[in-house]
Design a protein. Structure first.
Length: 256
């Protein structure tokens, strides 16, 4: 974390995200084109991640299976299911609004944190590092796209809806972590099952997010951080609209 290669990757990420936003704006890329691109990147990302994380099976000599910790149940990986839902299943505009309203903050915040806390490392000799940074850059791009194109009518209830949905995902992740840990037949085989980083921090030595004061304090800190960060996001996207409406109302009164 914050090594020379990490800083280089952060610089590359800024250039990539900026370039994607510029290209989308310049060529007026449609929602259909953007989401198709996101789906292609997501599928390629998962293929690379799976190929890099197959481990020996304890039951069959020569057999392999995917390390359970690399199943797509982290917050950023879950976005893949949501993207497929948007493309193929969601038809009602209201449902689409709710989904996009959830994806924008969770993609942006989750991916930014992921870039600053690279759990796969930052070396240039590992294929998964390329997958990790590129995938999260595209998540940030899609979040910016949602905001820039005003695809969501941000309201206070969107904030509470997002917190409620995050609470449900957290509960499911807690169950998955517990199930995969208890179900392990080989000691250590499931040690990486740490979805949403509920079991232990993503890295050692992090400020605030550590187990120095016990797991319950760590878990409570996670919850508070989520509430605050999602709140800041919603404030940032709703404040300009509020200021604009106030200014328009004031101008209308003045003109009258």
């Amino acid at each position: 974390m914050f090594s020379t290669t990490h800083f280089i990757w952060l610089a590359i990420s800024v250039v990539l995200i900026t370039s994607l936003v510029f290209l989308q704006h310049k060529f007026k890329l449609s929602f259909n084109f953007v989401i198709n691109t996101m789906l292609i990147i997501s599928v390629l990302s998962e293929v690379i991640k799976i190929s890099c994380n197959m481990i020996p099976s304890p039951h069959t000599e020569g057999g392999k299976y995917l390390d359970p910790g690399d199943l797509p149940f982290h917050l950023c990986s879950i976005q893949i299911f949501l993207l497929f839902g948007l493309k193929f299943f969601v038809k009602r505009e209201k449902t689409k609004q709710l989904l996009l309203g959830f994806m924008a903050p969770t993609m942006l915040l989750g991916a930014i944190i992921a870039l600053f806390v690279p759990t796969v490392g930052a070396g240039f000799n590992k294929l998964q590092v390329y997958q990790y940074f590129i995938f999260h850059c595209f998540l940030i791009f899609f979040s910016i796209y949602i905001i820039k194109e005003k695809l969501v009518d941000w309201k206070l209830k969107t904030y509470f809806y997002n917190l409620a949905l995050l609470g449900c995902i957290t509960l499911i992740a807690l169950w998955l972590n517990s199930f995969l840990s208890v179900a392990a037949e080989v000691p250590g085989a499931f040690r990486r099952a740490n979805f949403m980083y509920l079991t232990f921090p993503p890295m050692e030595g992090l400020p605030l997010l550590n187990l120095n004061n016990g797991w319950y304090v760590y878990f409570l800190t996670l919850i508070i951080l989520v509430i605050v960060l999602v709140g800041i996001f919603h404030l940032a996207v709703t404040l300009p609209k509020y200021i604009k409406n106030k200014r328009n109302a004031k101008n209308q009164i003045t003109n009258e």
